[in-house]
Design a binder for this molecule. Structure first.
Ligand code: HEC
Length: 156
């Protein structure tokens, strides 16, 4: 069942990508914001899926591995979805991305890199449930350490 949902989702994203590619070479600011919000939501889904799977009496390493890899790929791609002109000041009501991201770009990218490194390590621990659970907490801390300075309070 989960496999069917994932497959349909991939098909849908491919169709959306193909449709976008016909209209222009690069996504608009609104399309970029929509894509990153969708990716953040999907990363939260992957995170809770792993939490639930790791808590089950017989965690399935291959299932953990698929979600961990998805999270790691997104973590590496994250900075690219924050081009100039897509802050909450530029697009009020559409995004909670603080202008502080662009004022402190190197620090924002360092926080994204810490997230990516934590997610990469998670993918290496799928055979050891206790270590995997501990690393999930490390990953979760990297989410919070970026949200705190780089998301504006209003809106969400
Ligand atoms: C390097 C910074 C950074 C890291 C790390 C990060 N986030 Fe975020 N997150 C953001 C920013 C910035 C936004 C606001 C995006 C927007 O509104 O355009 C956001 C928004 C979100 C949203 C709301 C999306 C929406 O629908 O508006 C969710 C959910 C989310 N993040 C989950 C996570 C989870 C879960 C993790 C860790 C597994 C994580 N984030 C790690 C920066 C980060």
């Amino acid at each position: 069942m989960r496999r069917i949902i994932v497959t349909s989702l991939i098909a849908l994203l491919c169709a959306a990508g193909a449709a976008g590619a016909q209209t222009s070479a690069s996504p608009s600011a609104a399309e970029t914001v929509a894509a990153r919000k969708a990716a953040f939501n999907l990363s939260a889904v992957a995170f809770s899926t792993m939490n639930a799977a790791a808590a089950s009496p017989t965690p399935e390493p291959r299932q953990l591995s698929f979600s961990a890899q998805a999270l790691a790929r997104w973590a590496h791609a994250l900075p690219g979805l924050f081009p100039a002109g897509t802050s909450a000041t530029d697009m009020p009501g559409e995004t909670t991305a603080s202008p502080a991201i662009w004022a402190n770009r190197a620090d924002f990218e360092a926080k994204a890199a810490a997230y990516a490194a934590a997610a990469d390590k998670l993918g290496e621990l799928t055979e050891d449930t206790e270590a995997f659970k501990a690393q999930l907490a490390v990953v979760s801390d990297t989410c919070k350490s970026c949200h705190q300075p780089y998301r504006v309070r209003s809106g969400h």
